[in-house]
Design a binder for this molecule. Structure first.
Ligand SMILES: [Zn+2]
Length: 122
């Protein structure tokens, strides 16, 4: 028998009945309930990270919805959930305002790239 791991904490999970005809599992330490494979793609483990990456690339809600094949309302609710988890950077708590910018460059070959990030206090 294969061991099922919790996607949240990687501890051992046990069977916990069925939902929609599919086996459901429950983590023994954090009590998270999950399926191994979801029918709706929004419930997959990496959906939030895909949404974050696409937002960073400048994609809109509708384009993310089309690319990931999930509903626009799901994208919006996930965006709110992701935004609530963002912690305020420490520099903002001090009341200082910084201008931050970055650039990348390479020497001879593009594989030899390096990033330069700087912050200037206004
Ligand atoms: Zn767990």
């Amino acid at each position: 028998m294969e061991k099922i791991q919790c996607p949240k904490c990687r501890n051992r999970a046990i069977k916990n009945g069925f939902q929609s005809g599919k086996q459901r599992y429950k983590c023994t330490s954090c009590n998270k309930k999950f399926h191994l494979k979801y029918t709706y793609k929004a419930y997959n483990e990496h959906t939030n990270s895909f949404i974050t990456s696409l937002l960073k690339e400048g994609c809109g809600t509708r384009s993310i919805s089309r690319v990931l094949r999930i509903s626009k309302k799901t994208v919006l609710s996930r965006m709110l959930k992701i935004a609530k988890e963002i912690k305020i950077p420490y520099v903002n708590r001090l009341g200082c305002k910084f201008e931050v910018d970055e650039m990348w460059t390479f020497i001879k070959r593009k594989e030899n790239f390096t990033w330069i990030t700087y912050a200037i206090e206004r």
